[in-house]
Design a protein around this ligand. Sequence first.
Ligand code: SF4
Length: 299
Amino acid sequence: MPIELPRQQRTGQPKPTWLKVRAPGSPEFLETKDVVKSLKLHTVCEEARCPNIGECWSHRTATFMIMGDLCTRRCHFCSVKKGDSETLSPLDPFEPDRVGIAVRDLGLKHVVITSVDRDDVADNGALHFAKTVRAIHTHSPQCKIELLIPDLRGEQRDLRTILDSRVDVLNHNIETVPRLYKKVRPYAGYIRSLSILSMAKEIDPNVLTKSGIMVGLGETHEEVLRVMDDMRYHGIDIMTIGQYLRPSEKQLPVRAYVTPEEFKSYEVEGIKRGFKFIESGPLVRSSYHAWKHTVEQPV
Ligand code: SF4
């Protein structure tokens, strides 16, 4: 029987109240800002103007973005600046250690490390990820480490390099339903992204695998449920679902504001399908509540 849902709120109206958050400003927030600045690091929290920054940083969770701030892909939902052979810089050999120091100085208990896509680097940045993980192990042995990686162009050898460094959670986002890939992620592949996650489980059965999608890009409820089935088929443990918000006029417009009730129904469906954790809500981002997934009991 089809599930009756409240209608999605159409765009062209003021942003719904459920997407509003209070401005951050706690002592932890200011401390994190200082450390990030003094060590010349990038965080997605700041660069993407993430609405959850106050909450995450006060829970001592942050997402660092390594390998520069220029990306070699052209995804149509993302505002990270695009790089090419003229503008991309070589990887900074001291960056892994600086990330390790930042994690130690901030006393982070769970850190998420992500990167821009570096298709120009022979190993897709795998060794740089691994060095960063090892630096965090050295400076903060108790800190849980989650990596949000690019698709590595499907290279199993690079995935192995990363997993050999011992991570707690391996995250790679599917981002959207397969029908919308051409429009949203034209240089990526739905099957390739799912395969990276199933390969990770084969290489290291102890690693928690995680993936997420944005909704509000024109997908249907049934398509989201099919993505959940595909994720479970590929052994994915944790899923995130959040509202797509257009970073600027240059990116795809928001097609719908999904209601909190519909997000809740996705959560219920995810639990039924056996995810260990599912975070589904308007403000959920890939790394939102990331600390819960390694310290609490599954839902
Ligand atoms: S949800 Fe992720 S990107 Fe946003 S503030 Fe939290 S850790 Fe940073």
